[in-house]
Write a protein that binds this ligand. Structure first.
Ligand code: CA
Ligand code: CA
Ligand code: CA
Ligand code: CA
Length: 476
């Protein structure tokens, strides 16, 4: 979230290309899947947003979430909110972490990212409030305690100038993401220009080697909102979004390091898709912060029928500046060299906004889940889905599953019981820049920002401030 808004360049006029795929056929004719029980994790005064969530594969009842809090409104200099559940997400113990001073996590600003590995290591990255480097923190007790194991400085970029703000659109490290799998942990972030990446060997609980020198990902200057995924043979993929303006011209690229921690670096970028979504693309349900295309990766490291397949989720605006954004998934069976046609995940027939998607692959099956914010039920006519009589400015949280390698998705599931209006929260970044999801053992555990007070547990319900919600969503 710690990004400067950059001056808008002349918006490219993007001509409408045909959509690559129709909505999932017959979805509307299929049975509606019931909304699951919602749980208010944070139950905290003021706003929380930008939630990461991860399920412990060595104990799936152990789930951890870390989120932003609004520092200014809380009178804090730094800090994030952590929640730990030991009963599969039904109840949570929460505390503020990374409060600065002598806090072992330092002065946490925001942008948390979490990943459990098969040993039960829980890795976290985030941004510091002051320092221009990216921390990697490790918990070996299911999220109860963390300690910082590395601080990743951005690479010494060629052409760097003193005070250099003309290397790229971003002056500081931003948007870090961490993932652990197949005996490696990798973190990527925008380093004030290009994407950079580094990784370390993981050989057991608490057994993490040193991080390799930071690699610059070729061809990614000003590419951001990145994600990283590790393939079954240890190869690593970076995805990021390059935008021509705040409002449009979005392109998603991927780069692959074919040998992971081995000596080969990341290869050249591969263009995957246009999105028509800029880096700060304003849509009515996210009117204060705007959205990006929010590319996300998931790599199938199981021995299942789609082993080796890597999935990419993203947001695409149907016509540039139409505010009709939709959620799509593509996949690749050749390490990102070529990609399938896009499959539309949201199955509504409206022209409203769907945004901030997250994808997660169940490592026990290879099935995938996708979740997102969804304004389909806000037609401006009142009733459920509309808080204010204005169309497409309220949002619910929805999701879907695929059990056939991303070929099609289940009928969409309304996951949030309530309807939220991010502007009413007064949170300057609305719902933030992303949502959370961890899919394990046939149950998807999403996390989202919600000011509906649908569970009645929000101490600021009357003020419409955001709490962090979750639900256990079983594969139908
Ligand atoms: Ca390598
Ligand atoms: Ca739409
Ligand atoms: Ca509305
Ligand atoms: Ca709150």
């Amino acid at each position: 979230m710690y990004r400067f808004r950059f001056p808008m360049m002349v918006a490219a006029i993007v001509t409408g290309a045909a959509l690559a795929a129709a909505p999932a056929a017959l979805a509307a004719a299929q049975a509606r899947i019931a909304t699951p029980v919602n749980v208010d994790i944070s139950q905290r005064h003021l706003n929380e947003s930008e939630e990461a969530i991860a399920v412990n594969p060595t104990n799936p009842n152990n789930i951890v979430t870390v989120t932003n809090v609004g520092h200014g409104e809380a009178g804090l200099a730094a800090g994030m909110l952590e929640g730990v559940s030991l009963d599969g997400g039904k109840t949570w113990t929460t505390k503020l972490v990374a409060l600065g001073g002598s806090d072992p996590l330092g002065d946490g600003c925001c942008d948390p990212s979490l990943s459990f590995d098969r040993y039960g290591n829980l890795f976290m990255t985030y941004l510091y409030e002051a320092e221009d480097q990216v921390p990697v923190a490790l918990s070996t007790d299911g999220g109860l305690t963390f300690h910082v194991i590395a601080n990743i400085a951005k690479a010494d970029l060629p052409g760097k100038k003193a005070g250099g703000d003309n290397r790229g659109l971003f002056r500081f490290v931003d948007q870090p993401t961490i993932t652990a799998a197949h005996g490696e942990v990798w973190v990527v972030f925008n380093a004030g220009g290009p994407m950079v990446a580094t990784g370390a060997r993981v050989s057991g609980l608490g057994q993490v080697g040193g991080f390799i020198p930071v690699e610059v990902v070729p061809g990614t200057n000003n590419c951001t909102y990145g994600d990283v995924s590790i393939g079954p043979s240890g190869q690593v993929m970076d995805a990021c979004a390059l935008t021509e303006s705040g409002q449009g011209g979005g392109k998603i690229f991927v780069n692959v390091d074919p040998d992971g921690l081995g000596p080969a670096g990341f290869g050249g970028r591969t263009f995957v898709t246009q999105t028509h979504v800029g880096g700060f693309d304003f849509i009515p349900p996210q009117a204060d912060r705007s959205v990006d295309s929010e590319p996300g990766l998931a790599w199938d490291g199981t021995g299942g029928p789609h082993a080796g397949r890597v999935y990419l989720v993203y947001t695409r605006e149907h016509l540039n500046e139409s505010d009709n954004t939709d959620i799509y998934v593509r996949h690749s069976d050749d390490n990102g060299a070529t990609w399938s046609a896009a499959v539309r995940v949201n199955d509504d027939h409206t022209t409203n906004s769907q945004f901030l998607p997250k994808i997660s692959l169940d490592p026990t099956t290879g099935n995938i889940a996708v979740v997102w914010y969804d304004s389909r039920n806000d037609l401006g006519t009142g009733g459920p889905g509309d808080t204010d009589g204005i169309a497409n400015d309220d949002a619910q949280f929805w999701g879907a599953f695929s059990t056939n390698g991303g070929g099609s998705f289940t009928p969409n599931i309304q996951i949030s019981a309530g309807t939220s209006n991010s502007h009413d929260s007064g949170n300057g970044i609305d719902y933030g820049d992303y949502s959370g999801l961890s899919f394990f053992g046939g149950i998807a555990h999403p996390a989202w920002s919600d000011n509906s007070n649908s569970t009645g547990n929000n101490p600021d319900g009357a003020l419409h401030q955001l709490d962090i919600y979750t639900a256990a969503v079983p594969l139908p």
